[in-house]
Design a protein around this ligand. Structure first.
Ligand SMILES: [Fe+2]
Length: 300
């Protein structure tokens, strides 16, 4: 199966607290505002025209998960697979002016995805002055679905994503795309929503700075720092003013040998025996993390 989807493209959220989200995104994460207008505010951590889209709305909810395909042909090939996956195309046009091509589809479970060509990227503008912790790029998103097996099948058929790892009861599973990161999408079993939005950090010392910066905002990490066993990435999590959970991630493993790779199945589910199956180091996930849900917007 060809990996039509390469990486995370962008994330759109609805929010009624735009100013507060912009303040924390710029002053904690270190994103920059790249565009305002037409009821949207765009933010990016690097030279991409946008990674996080704030849709000015009367609620706080997940709007669309953007998945990047490398070419127009890959976008059109993915689009041709939607009906056979039991999903529905709701737009055949790109949603943002900084993309050449894209289409949006919805799933029977209530998720909305856009598969689009790479967002316009200025490589000379990767860094910018900021007091924030200087995220490098949005690197993965964990979604919530009531039927992880169905969502995985849809993403396999439409985008060529592959399973990298899962808990045997499907409460958590992870999928990879063309960039071979252990996961660009995580799937959490639950009411439809987004569990967390992750930004990658190149410098792990920024995790200390993150804690100190959150303190200045009278906030704390919800979980972390620690190192996950699935993905092997260092993590810290906090909640943004819209109620979305943000992960700061570093050093995720890569699946280079795609042809010989077999997805790992974690069968040890009971605490405390499974703590080392889930974490290399750090404290076990708190209940607040395990039960977190940022709801998906009502579709249609
Ligand atoms: Fe994550």
């Amino acid at each position: 199966m060809t990996h039509l989807v390469h990486a995370i493209g962008h994330m759109k959220i609805n929010t009624n607290v735009v100013d507060a989200v912009v303040r924390e995104s710029t002053e904690i994460l270190g994103l920059k505002v790249t565009h305002k207008g037409d009821g949207q505010t765009w933010l990016s951590s690097n030279g991409r025209a946008v990674e996080l889209v704030l849709v000015h709305a009367d609620e706080n909810s997940a709007h669309t998960i953007g998945l990047e395909a490398l070419t127009v042909d890959a976008v059109r090939a993915a689009e041709a697979n939607v009906a056979s996956a039991g999903c529905t195309v709701v737009s055949r046009e790109p949603s943002l002016s900084c993309m050449a091509a894209g289409f949006t589809f919805v799933t029977p479970e209530g998720l909305r995805f856009e598969i689009h060509t790479p967002i316009r990227d200025d490589l000379a503008a990767r860094r910018h002055p900021t007091y924030g912790v200087s995220a490098n790029r949005m690197d993965h998103i964990n979604l919530l679905t009531p039927d992880p097996a169905a969502t995985r099948r849809q993403l396999e058929i439409i985008g060529g994503l592959r399973l990298s790892e899962r808990l045997v009861n499907d409460s958590l599973s992870w999928m990879y795309g063309g960039n071979r990161q252990h996961h660009i999408l995580g799937l959490v079993k639950g009411k439809v929503g987004v569990h967390h939005i992750s930004f990658e950090f190149l410098d792990a010392s920024q995790f200390i700075r993150l804690g100190d910066t959150l303190d200045r905002f009278d906030k704390q990490m919800l979980w972390g720092p620690g190192r996950h066993r699935p993905g092997d990435n260092v993590y810290s999590y906090y909640i943004d003013p819209a109620g979305a959970m943000i992960e700061c991630s570093s050093g995720m493993s890569l699946i280079a040998d795609d042809a010989n790779f077999t997805a790992n199945v974690i069968t040890n589910l009971e605490r405390p025996g499974n703590v080392r199956a889930m974490n290399v180091w750090g404290t076990p996930a708190p209940l607040e993390w395990r039960e977190f849900n940022f709801p998906f917007a009502q579709l249609g």
